[in-house]
Ligand binder design. Sequence first.
Ligand code: SF4
Ligand code: SF4
Ligand code: SF4
Length: 272
Amino acid sequence: MKFQLKRLYFQIILFFTANLGYPGLPGLKTGFCYPFFYCQACPAATSACPLRSLEQSVDRGSFSWRLFLYPLLIIGFLGTLTGRAVCSWACPIGLLQRGTGRVARKVKKFPFANKLGQHRIEKYFRYTKYILLISLVFVTSYLIGFIFTDICPVGFLTGTIPTLLLNPGKFLPNYFFPVAVVIFILFFVLIFLIERGWCRYFCPIGALLGPFNKISFLHISVDIKDCTHCNGCSYVCPMGIDVPNMHRDPECILCGKCVTACPMQHITYERR
Ligand code: SF4
Ligand code: SF4
Ligand code: SF4
């Protein structure tokens, strides 16, 4: 079976596993943390969002080591083993963007969208997710009680919208609801405009997982000795990486597209 098809099956299985909570049977809503970005507010969710746990650990001046370390240890363990592979093999929002990425690739042919992705500040803009992780999850919850999950577009997609549709009377919009609507719309515009736009620029879980690429047991290795610089690998990369020069880039999600694309077989999954 083709490698990318295997990955798709794996993502679909993980998507259903993440949503087993829907019948509300005991044991199906586990309360454990996902190692990826997904929302426990979703009526179908099986587990909890790591960001929510981190936020609650520092909410309004209190601090809980248990809530703080729990998601970090899960993400740290998986990150050390497989780097950011969770993003391309398990996260349902990664699966969503695998679909929208096809549209984004077509949109990229328009000069405006192409320029957007090629702009020289683009690589610096990727640091936004690290700033978000630190500021929205830690600092703002201390200072103004403004917490990421109140405006999270994934919470809106998988929690707010299903609740509005299934139990309209039960939904009580909070103070941040109008901001959440705007961010949700921008999220969709972004992922249709730039392939994996959310993962590249904004996802705080991607920011947590990314640095583990530098030390992870599983990683992508490029042997540029006989590279013909055909650029086939960079062309297929959903994260817009200059693959031959990437050196265990924190942006790499280990999707393996470049591995398949290299006609010289210079790119491999490496275990060390
Ligand atoms: S970076 Fe993307 S794929 Fe990875 S956890 Fe975040 S949304 Fe999911
Ligand atoms: S460098 Fe290769 S494995 Fe990493 S994200 Fe790009 S295509 Fe996927
Ligand atoms: S696809 Fe292979 S040969 Fe072509 S640029 Fe990438 S590493 Fe080099």
